[in-house]
Every structure is written in C-alpha cells, then in structure tokens.
Design a protein around this ligand. Structure first.
Ligand code: GTP
Ligand code: MG
Length: 180
C-alpha cells in the first residue's frame, strides 16, 4: 500500500461538489475546532480558481493533493496533472440530480484519457452531501455513474458529509490500502 510514502492525489469533480471542503477536513493542520467559532467553518471555503496544491502529512502518509476547480472553464486543466496522479478522489454532490449526467460525462472523459486509461490507478468516489434531505444514496450514485463498468481499476464509493467530516476516513483508509 501507500503507507509511509508520498502520494500525489488528484481531487476531481464538478464545481460545488465539496472537494476543497474534503481536503480541508483531511488536513491535520485543521485547527478550526480549537481556534475558531463554528461560524468560521463555512466561511473559509470559496470556489477554487484554477487549482491549488496542498501538501500535508498524516501519521501514515505525505499527501500532495491537487485540488482542481470543478468550474466548466477550468476543467480542461485537470488533464495536465493526470500523469502525476497516483490516486484519484472523485467527488459527487449527491443532491445535485440535474448535473449527475454532467458528472458522468466528466468521469467518462477522465477514464478514457490516454494518461489514465491503461493505468490501474485507484479511484475513490465520495457521494458527498449525504446530509441533504434529497441526497441520492451511494448505491444510486454508483448506478447513475455506471461505476460497475470500471473493470480495470480498483474503485470504491463512500457516502460522505464533508462539512461534518463523516465518511471521509473510511474512504481514505481504502485508498491507502489499495494504491501502490
Ligand atoms: P470548486 O472549487 O468550485 O470546484 O468547488 P468544490 O468542489 O471545491 O466545493 P467546495 O468544497 O468549495 O464546497 C461547495 C459548497 O458545498 C460549500 O458551501 C460547502 O460548505 C458545501 N459542502 C461541501 N460538502 C458538503 C456536505 O457534505 N454537505 C453539505 N450540506 N454541504 C457541503
Ligand atoms: Mg474547490
């Protein structure tokens, strides 16, 4: 597995799906709970412009996370980082039924890219925003994205609530155990 190693993780998905929120939760330097009021939690996340690179260490791993903007006009930046990526986190807004088809298109484009297509790169899907009342289940999201068609790469889907930090650890543990 990836334990005790450096790993480049690409964090992809449509705008507003929760990528930056997830990455902020994974950062051990996350001092929000000690230093700031609850109010600060929501306000420090803004839409990512282009991308941002975050480096951080957990007990088992040095992460370099490429937090890509999901906005349409920036999505063509994603592919420039595919070669460097050793693992992918693909985030879906489970409450955004209207754009599930757009998420699928972006996923299919990713899976068919020459820098991704023939590699056994693990993909962790977060069916994020599971706290929303009308959120689709992880099973339903996985059906709509046709994940069962991914046969040549290890993949896993977790429901998550990135604001509360729920479901994230299970997913990251899977990623660390699976990637090499
Ligand atoms: P871009 O940088 O524009 O691509 O968006 P992003 O994927 O990085 O999304 P971001 O983390 O900025 O989150 C977008 C909004 O969704 C913010 O207002 C977050 O607080 C909110 N959000 C993120 N995760 C969750 C979640 O699990 N549940 C709920 N209810 N809101 C969430
Ligand atoms: Mg972002």
């Amino acid at each position: 597995g990836l334990k005790k190693k450096e790993v480049n993780v690409l964090c992809l998905g449509l705008d507003n799906s929760g990528k930056t929120t997830i990455i902020n939760q994974l950062k051990p330097s996350n001092l929000r709970y000690c230093l700031f009021s609850l109010q600060a939690q929501a306000q420090d996340i803004v839409p990512t412009i282009g991308f941002s690179i975050e480096k951080f260490k957990t007990s088992s791993l040095s992460f370099t996370v490429f937090d890509m903007s999901g906005q349409g006009r920036y999505r063509n930046l994603w592919e420039h980082y595919y070669k460097e990526g050793q693992a992918i986190i693909f985030v879906i807004d489970s409450g955004d039924k209207l754009r599930m088809v757009v998420a699928k298109e972006e996923l299919d484009t990713l899976l068919n890219h020459p820098d991704i297509k023939h590699r056994r790169i693990p993909i962790l899907f977060f069916a994020n925003k599971m706290d929303l009342k009308d959120a689709l289940s992880a099973v339903k999201v996985s059906q709509l994205l046709c994940l069962e068609n991914i046969k040549d790469k290890p993949w896993h889907i977790c429901a998550s609530d990135a604001v509360k930090g729920e479901g994230l650890q299970e997913g990251v543990d899977w990623l660390l155990d699976t990637a090499q």
